[in-house]
Design a binder for this molecule. Structure first.
Ligand code: PMP
Length: 377
């Protein structure tokens, strides 16, 4: 029950049990082509969007967005926490002008304040974080993009903790760049950054862009195009085993159906939150409409976060530390994404109850499990 990397389904693991596979082999090219198509389904886009599979993970996908920028461009970062701030840290390394709006821990930047900002100044690019993993807060992407799209050229959404578990409709919502990583709600091992890019954004992929060499998507584009046509191409070696496992995960997602998958995550997340409240604890996300399907932050009153983490592992459940600087040591995070089931919710709540009781936290033991059970039945 970590926030990522998460548990991997056995069939996905087995797909990676192979010798090294030639980069130009028919077997690899077919799997790569299917994965690119799988991304279109996952992000709900059509052929007008260009999918990319690049090495690295969430951060490499984020940094590759510099491929759409040129010197002096103005950028607005909408940050709800640690991973929103990561955009600021990335852009500070490049010759661009970065402005930002930040929310308090547990909240998100209001649509009105984003709208006011983009009306004041013309930004080439704006970034949002769909689910801020440091707090478990979900940003209303669809509603925000609708309000600001006319004022900015390129809208970017970090969906590292949302894609595969939350409703994501990149095309319908008019998002230009939606990105994620392999190790979270997709339920594959870490190692890959995944993006889909609109025609509008692709027009900004210029020769004089400010990206470095490895993460310049101009270098990766011929590989993506060629592979999708079933022809081998090379820019830099990809982690072939991870691609095989990603492809299997994407196949399983298509078998499950993305709407069903989102509903399953909603159910597990709801059971966990009901359990937390049932035992008498508070959730880090302040507004219920911003509760996410993937991460729940749990505020502690007495127990130390580090003790909760090391004790709950003894009960067979691994959860994650709270990492927002203004709430350091005061909360823990439960991840519920990938292949999670209602049974995982019950096990997690019961293990947390036992752990917290032992650590002297004032909770209603048994009431969390009771609440989660009645939520699920
Ligand atoms: N964005 C978000 C929302 C994340 O949760 C993470 C990883 N926790 C990242 C970006 C960075 O991804 P990675 O660790 O794969 O570089």
């Amino acid at each position: 029950m970590h926030v990522g990397p998460v548990d991997i389904y056995e069939e996905v693991l087995y797909a990676g049990l192979k010798n090294n596979v030639g980069f130009t082999s028919e077997e690899f090219v077919n799997v790569f082509r299917d994965s690119l198509k799988g991304l279109r389904y996952l992000f709900q886009v059509d052929d007008t969007y260009q999918p990319f599979i690049i090495p690295g993970g969430g951060t490499s996908a984020m940094e590759s967005v510099t491929s759409f920028l040129t010197k002096g461009d103005k950028i607005l970062v909408v940050s709800n926490g640690v991973f929103g701030d990561r955009w600021i840290n990335i852009f500070k390394k490049y010759p661009v002008e970065v402005d930002y709006l930040k929310a308090e821990a547990g909240d998100y930047v209001s649509i009105d304040s984003v709208k006011e900002k983009v009306k004041q100044k013309h930004y080439k690019l704006i970034t949002f974080t769909h689910v801020e993993t440091s707090t478990g807060v979900r940003h209303p992407i669809k509603e925000s993009v609708k309000e600001i799209k006319d004022y900015v050229d390129i809208v970017v959404v970090d969906g590292v903790s949302s894609v595969g578990a939350e409703e994501v409709k990149a095309k319908d919502w008019d998002v230009d760049i939606y990105l994620t990583a392999s190790q979270k709600a997709i339920g594959a091992p870490p190692g890959l950054g995944l993006l889909v890019i609109s025609e509008n954004a692709m027009k900004h992929l210029r020769e004089d862009n400010i990206a470095g060499y490895y993460l310049d998507l101009k270098n990766w584009l011929p590989v993506m195009r060629s592979m999708e046509e079933g022809k081998a191409a090379y820019f830099s070696t990809l982690p072939v085993h991870t691609v095989f496992m990603l492809n299997e995960a994407l196949k399983l997602i298509q078998d499950e159906g993305i709407e069903n998958r989102v509903k399953r995550h909603e159910k597990v997340a709801g059971a966990i939150r009901t359990g937390i409240e049932g035992m008498g604890l508070e959730i880090v996300a302040k507004r219920p409409e911003a509760y996410s399907n993937t991460v729940t932050g749990v505020m502690l009153r007495k127990a130390k976060a580090q003790d909760v983490l090391s004790e709950i592992v003894k009960e067979g459940v691994e959860i994650a530390p709270g990492v927002h600087p203004s709430l350091q040591g005061k909360y823990v995070r439960i991840g519920h994404m990938g292949w999670v089931t209602p049974n995982d919710a019950i096990i997690t709540i019961s293990a947390l109850e036992r752990t917290l009781k032992r650590l002297g936290e004032d909770i209603r033991v048994g009431e969390g499990v009771r609440a989660a059970q009645s939520y699920l039945t």
